[in-house]
Ligand binder design. Structure first.
Ligand code: 5GP
Ligand code: MG
Length: 208
């Protein structure tokens, strides 16, 4: 079993409150438009499921997938959709494009361009769970975000993964990284150190 050094950043209750605030800020941006909510698969699914249940009924849901991360902890250059929404859900519609994190901005830039230019969306509004402006590499902003972090930390939980794991954590945690930016695992002998840093019950979930 591998355990990772980590720090709890937002607990489930804090995430819930942040989503309430985000939904309140989005409602006026959506108005009475015919909206199609499109999360970026798969990290945004968890956030999107919670967010759309706070928005007015009647919106349509569809999905897009753009892979920029692979197993690495920093993004690669190219972002091309390999799963696209149904054209009738996008053409002429107001799309609410959702992702877990707006980081370098490449994923959202590519997704927005694709939806507007290739699929004919009338308008794209961007909502993200987390805005990380420090790592922005292309000029793009979210229309609304739930939380903003000014430091560069590698986050997991609430949909965010490291090597496919930890998406199902109900809280958001930052994995401690080494000098190469890679998450640091902990020897079993060091386990007590992890437990001291965070609640033991939550630390025990960050193992694979
Ligand atoms: P961007 O294209 O804006 O650089 O990256 C956005 C994508 O990178 C997000 O959809 C997310 O999957 C991934 N990403 C960015 N930062 C993090 C992070 O701190 N943790 C994890 N797990 N994924 C991240
Ligand atoms: Mg993603």
């Amino acid at each position: 079993m591998i355990r990772y050094r980590h720090r709890i950043v937002l607990r489930a209750q804090e995430l819930s409150e942040a989503l309430d605030g985000l939904a309140d800020r989005l409602k006026p941006l959506i108005g009475n438009d015919e909206v199609t909510a499109i999360p970026v698969l798969g990290g945004a699914m968890f956030f999107a499921a919670d967010l759309v249940r706070r928005l007015p009924s009647g919106l349509v849901m569809d999905f897009i997938r753009i892979q920029t991360y692979g197993d690495a902890t920093s993004p690669q250059q190219e972002a091309k959709p390999d799963w696209v929404p149904n054209p009738e859900n996008v053409k002429g519609k107001h799309v609410l494009l959702m992702d877990d994190i707006l980081d370098t901005g490449r994923t959202m830039t590519a997704a927005r361009k694709f939806l507007l230019e290739e699929m004919g969306a009338a308008k794209v509004t961007i909502a993200v769970l987390i805005d990380k402006p420090v790592r922005r590499a292309v000029p793009i902003n979210a229309d609304a975000f739930a939380v903003q972090f000014d430091d560069d930390q590698f986050l997991v939980g609430f949909g965010l993964d490291y090597r496919g794991r930890f998406r199902n954590l109900p809280f958001l945690a930052a994995l401690e990284t080494d000098i190469d930016g890679l998450p640091m695992s902990v020897d079993v002998a060091e386990e007590s150190a992890v437990s001291e840093e965070s609640k033991a019950s939550e630390a025990s979930e960050l193992a694979q």
